[in-house]
Design a protein around this ligand. Structure first.
Ligand code: MFK
Length: 559
């Protein structure tokens, strides 16, 4: 009997070189001399992401972190042992400048875009080392904006260096058992032992970057009011001179469904020395600066991972035969992948455009409209790409049939990892409500409309698609009028579809402008092909739930 062996999927080459979208976007956004530098660096990174970094990621995923609570003689140790691959990623991250580029600002307003393009290529071959990097970046920004000169001097240089010997990442010790979303219920307390010197006591329930040399965390100074207005933000060094946790007990490592190379733990703080960052009682507002950075990391990692699963699925489509045809010749298979790829391109456009705007904001170049869009759409990009990562990875898993369900194809690992994106740094609903928080100032919506319209103004060729985006804008304007009359309950119940449409309209307008303005003939032709999909897609309908609908949902769920 003749046996059959299916050739498995593989990465067809340099992961950056395979990726038309990122090349087109950068080609459009970056000035030519800078494009050459960035392109060369990304080519080198894409090569490593396909080869040595991917191997290191696999090693880190095989050799998972271990908590060593005691030594052989019963003395408390609380070591978190990680693989050498994980430790190598620390040095690699510094050398690649994965945080540093954003702060050196050698590329002016384009620095963040350059940095995020690197993170995008790096993430799918990093075993989620991007989590400590996200926290380090957020902590650096908080230090830059809020810290006193002494506090900044102590932490900031470590977070933003390219020197692997002095580079630090940071934890974000925020979530407690009382809530990851409603952090106002934080129970950890801060005692001021000397002017400016605090000690933190409490239990932090989800601490992800636990090998980081420092952390920032929320705590309630003694005597402060209940709720979020009583919280302050603190920074602390995690380890003592001997490299042991500094008055911190590791209760246990979390048994997560994915991101397993990342040592997430429950930590009991027993008076860890800390300094305040920002003003007392402003902890949530201060940490929100960090959240806006880490949410953009979430988005860039989500779209980076989607591109990876897409490259795998595309490669398999060229190899696998069924019913006498290679998968690429099955229209429904291609239709399915094309749809997801189009949604992905909207999420990617949104994310890259926000990275670009973040850079402009941090260098003082952003207009009022750009600032408003950056604030409004950061939660939108996070929620849109988080949901997409799960759906897209699930669809790709299905493209492989039973093989995709098998652990040794590595596809289940990608699927489990994808599920963290809608959860990490704020759930879809918390982020949708954050959009409403921004829209409480009605001028933000006007500024958003102005930004979308200014993008559409450049569009001459794709008139039909432009009209499609204009029609979504008209619906959003009606929606805004409805919001003005609706109750808070009704507005909240409709927040998801609002967020979705705000994101898609902005991304579609940006894509159209990009297609119009791209100079490179090869990339322009590719972009035209991508835009054909826009015709076949109808946006998600905006929902204007009534009181009756709100009550009906309650009844249905609670009955
Ligand atoms: C890869 C790793 C995987 C490991 C496994 C991970 C498992 C998951 C672990 C987790 O727990 S992740 C969860 C992380 N947590 C979050 O992302 C927090 C989610 N919750 C929110 O974002 C809430 O919206 C928030 C805590 C901010 C609500 O708190 P409040 O106190 O009810 O907010 P409030 O009073 O509306 O805002 C306080 C101030 O902050 C206001 O400023 P003002 O004082 O000037 O009025 C707000 O405008 C401001 N603010 C809030 N969010 C902001 C913001 N400012 C800028 N940007 C924002 N995003």
């Amino acid at each position: 009997m003749k046996d059959f062996f299916q050739e498995g999927p593989s990465l067809a080459g340099n992961t950056y070189e395979q990726d038309r979208f990122v090349q087109a976007y950068l080609n459009w956004r970056l000035p030519k001399p800078l494009l050459a530098v960035v392109h060369e660096d990304l080519m080198a990174l894409g090569q490593k992401a396909q080869g040595p970094y991917l191997e290191l990621a696999r090693e880190a995923q095989r050799e998972l972190p271990v908590h060593v609570p005691f030594d052989a003689w019963g003395v408390r140790q609380d070591l978190l042992r990680t693989s050498s691959a994980w430790q190598k990623f620390h040095r690699i991250s510094a050398e690649e400048g994965l945080v540093a580029i954003g702060y050196a600002r050698e590329q002016g307003g384009f620095s963040r875009l350059y940095q995020f393009a690197k993170l995008y290529v790096f993430h799918p071959s990093s075993a989620f080392y991007t989590c400590p990097l996200a926290m380090a970046d957020g902590a650096a920004r908080v230090m830059e904006v809020y810290a006193s000169p002494e506090v900044k001097k102590r932490f900031y240089p470590h977070l933003t260096t390219r020197n692997p010997d002095t580079f630090w990442t940071s934890g974000q010790w925020m979530t407690e058992k009382t809530g990851g979303s409603d952090v106002g219920r934080t129970l950890t307390t801060a005692r001021e032992v000397k002017p400016g010197a605090f000690e933190l006591t409490g239990v932090k329930w989800f601490c992800s970057a636990t090998t980081s040399q420092m952390a920032v965390g929320l705590a309630r100074p003694e005597g402060a009011v209940e709720g979020s207005r009583g919280l302050s933000l603190f920074a602390m060094e995690a380890f003592d001179q001997k490299g042991r946790f500094n008055r911190v007990k590791v209760l246990r490592l979390k048994d997560k469904m994915g991101t397993k190379a990342l040592p997430t733990a429950e930590l009991e703080l027993n008076g860890i020395p800390a300094v305040m960052v920002g003003s007392p009682g402003q902890g949530v507002k201060t940490v929100a600066t960090m959240l806006n950075i880490t949410r953009l990391y979430n988005s860039i990692c989500a779209v980076g991972q989607c591109e990876r699963v897409y490259q795998i699925a595309r490669n398999y489509s060229l190899k696998r035969e069924a019913f006498g045809e290679v998968l690429k010749d099955h229209p429904l298979h291609m239709e399915t992948l094309a749809d997801y790829y189009y949604w992905w391109s909207l999420g990617s456009t949104l994310t890259f455009e926000l990275a670009y705007l973040l850079g402009r904001d941090e260098t003082g170049e952003a207009t009022e409209g750009e600032k408003a869009v950056l604030r409004l759409l950061t939660p939108v990009a996070k929620l849109y790409t988080g949901k997409l990562a799960v759906a897209f990875t699930s669809e790709v898993l299905e493209c492989f049939g039973g093989a995709g369900y098998m652990e040794d194809t590595e596809i289940p690992l990608l699927f489990r990892d994808a599920q963290v994106f809608p959860i990490w740094e704020g759930t879809t609903n918390v982020l949708s409500l954050d959009v409403l928080r921004v829209l409480r100032s009605p001028e933000n919506l006007e500024l958003y409309f102005g930004e979308v319209q200014s993008r559409l103004k450049a569009v001459q060729t794709h008139k039909e698609e432009r009209v499609q985006v204009e029609s979504t804008l008209a619906q959003l304007k009606h929606y805004a009028q409805w919001m003005g009359k609706a109750s808070e309950e009704e507005v909240q119940a409709g927040a998801r579809t609002l967020a979705w449409n705000l994101g898609e309209a902005f991304a579609a307008a940006t894509l159209l402008k990009m297609a119009e303005e791209l100079k490179d003939a090869r990339l322009k032709a590719w972009c035209e092909v991508l835009l054909q999909r826009m015709k076949f897609r109808t946006p998600l309908a905006l929902r204007t739930p009534s009181q009756e609908q709100v009550r009906a949902a309650e009844q249905l769920v609670l009955l």
